[in-house]
Ligand binder design. Sequence first.
Ligand SMILES: [Zn+2]
Length: 218
Amino acid sequence: MVNAIIFGAPGSGKGTYASRLQSPLEVDVIATGDIFREIMKEENPLGTKVKSYVEKGLLVPDNVVIEVIKQRLAKIPKGKGFILDGYPRTIEQAKNLSKIVKIDLVIQLIVPDWIIIERLSTRRICKNCGAVYNTRYLKPKVEGICDKCGGPLYQRSDDTPEVIKNRIDVYERQTQPILRFYKEAGVPIIDFKTESPEMPPEVAVEKILNGLKKLQLF
Ligand SMILES: [Zn+2]
């Protein structure tokens, strides 16, 4: 059983890897974006509270965020661990988290900027069903048309090289102190480096699992 946090810049493949690690590691993947969307649909005090911030466009305060995480962690079946994606984003949050659960491992995805820029600037999304394509690595059968639903594909307005570079910088500034926090706390960190934009996800996942084996966590 392993409790892990995964860190990676936007476009690092974080979501893909986390979901593929789910079954070999027997963990729940907890993506904060998803749990916030879920909880806002719930008719309970916590859901209503979260909604009141989000609807006003305000940042949900740390003490509320940790409650949401706590509630989700409590739903993990006995004997199962988790991979947390999207949390913690500050040292304060990391400290709060360490008060409620033990973290065994941090997975850091290291992807060179040029690969992220190439991946995201060639990304196309279906307007209708949200399916994700790539004009180089994952082409639709017909250009500009979704294979699954026939909807039109578009490029997100913030998927441009300059904006992507800025998002990577923000991510780095935010994440480096948190990684230092875990290092100082003695939590093992697996660094996984992507060297080519064509690397198949199964190869990446295999390498991450090998890292866990070395630490005797898998
Ligand atoms: Zn579609």
